[in-house]
Unconditional design. Structure first.
Length: 347
């Protein structure tokens, strides 16, 4: 039974897109017969091998259901009860997870300004103090998002600068990689280049925004900094009984660089969209477009007229700022039709 128009696509979120055909095929291929539950299956074992090849022999992978779960489980494993995490004000863990990191984990978020959504050593320094003060939550980790919530991408050098600054002060480094494949495609680099090799200690590996079906993972890059993750995953209700289906999806994205190739398509469509509108009066762009997100400012009435045909979200209505997202299945035709609608609304 099909209850929707399978040809309908919007520019609201890459979460709106369906699953990659290769992912659906991988789930079907993993379906026959019995496999041991809770991660003792051959698909999860193979995922472990692929993750170590991608991130280093020390890497360990723990599949989970969703990105919030990956962030909460990972940060809980990084920190003691009295720990605090420094992140930007736009960070997903601060703005879009309903307080889960603080309420479920019990940690404290210390929010600082970012530069186009990115955390810098200078910003970290404003909250990196008070160690040993019993009246202050202890800053023991920093969290960066790759690509950022504002569509920008950290270079390996920028990640290394953050990691060195944090490590010199005894803090661990977490990367929220909800759109990590988009970042890799933008940089033209393997995943390891801006994670393990740049000093990241723990990674939330995203799959859902890039064509998976509820498949994410916590990847431990420095096991010496992480404690109890095997227990915390179950405690946080993120342990899948039929884990083979989650692992098979992540395997599909990682093997043969499918995840990077499909993310590159989304990035290219975002670049096409921005390029087609940069000369249109009434449209201004708020941030660089380095992955699959475009942030624009335009008349609110015009935005509402565009939304009658293509759904998208206001990012900051007071600033007339909207966000347009491209996904793995966005086509050139979709972009061209959207551009024509924008031009018509602003004419």
């Amino acid at each position: 039974m099909i209850l929707h128009d399978p040809e309908s696509r919007t520019f609201a979120s890459d979460n709106y897109a369906g699953a990659l055909p290769e992912v659906l095929a991988a789930i079907a291929d993993a379906n026959g017969g019995h496999q041991i539950a809770y991660g003792e299956d051959v698909y999860t074992a193979r995922l472990g091998e692929v993750v170590t090849a991608a991130f280093g022999e020390q890497a360990e992978v723990f599949p989970v259901f969703n990105g919030t779960g990956a962030n909460v489980v990972g940060l809980t494993a990084l920190l003691p009860r009295w720990g605090a995490v420094i992140a930007t004000g736009s960070a997903h863990i601060h703005t879009d997870e309903a307080g889960a990191p603080e309420r479920v984990s019990g940690l404290k978020l210390l929010v600082v300004p970012g530069v186009d959504g990115k955390l810098t050593p200078a910003a970290i320094e404003t909250e990196a103090w008070g160690w040993g003060d019993e009246h202050r939550a202890q800053p023991l980790a920093v969290s960066i998002t790759q690509s950022s919530e504002l569509g920008t991408v950290y270079t390996p050098e920028e990640v290394r600068a953050v990691a060195d600054f944090a490590h010199e002060r005894g803090m661990a480094v977490h990367m929220d990689g909800a759109r990590i494949f988009n970042a890799a495609a933008s940089l033209g680099l393997p995943l390891r280049a801006f994670t393990t090799d740049a000093g990241v200690d723990l990674l939330s590996l995203g799959g859902t925004k890039n064509g998976a079906l509820g498949a994410e993972a916590v990847v431990v890059l420095d096991p010496a900094r992480v404690d109890g993750l095997i227990y915390l995953r179950k405690l946080s209700m993120q342990l899948a009984s039929k884990m083979r289906f989650t692992s098979a999806q992540l395997l599909t994205l990682l093997e043969g660089d499918l995840g990077i190739r499909t993310a590159a398509r989304a990035n290219a469509m975002a670049a096409r969209l921005r390029g087609a509108l940069e000369d249109v009066p009434g449209v201004e762009f708020s941030h660089p477009t380095q992955a699959n997100a475009i942030f624009a400012e335009l008349d609110l009435d015009a935005a509402d007229r565009i939304r009658q045909r293509f759904r998208f979200y206001d990012w900051d209505r007071a600033k007339r700022q909207v966000r347009w997202m491209c996904a793995w299945d966005t086509t050139e035709g979709d972009v061209d039709a959207f551009v024509a609608t924008v031009r018509e609304a602003l004419a």
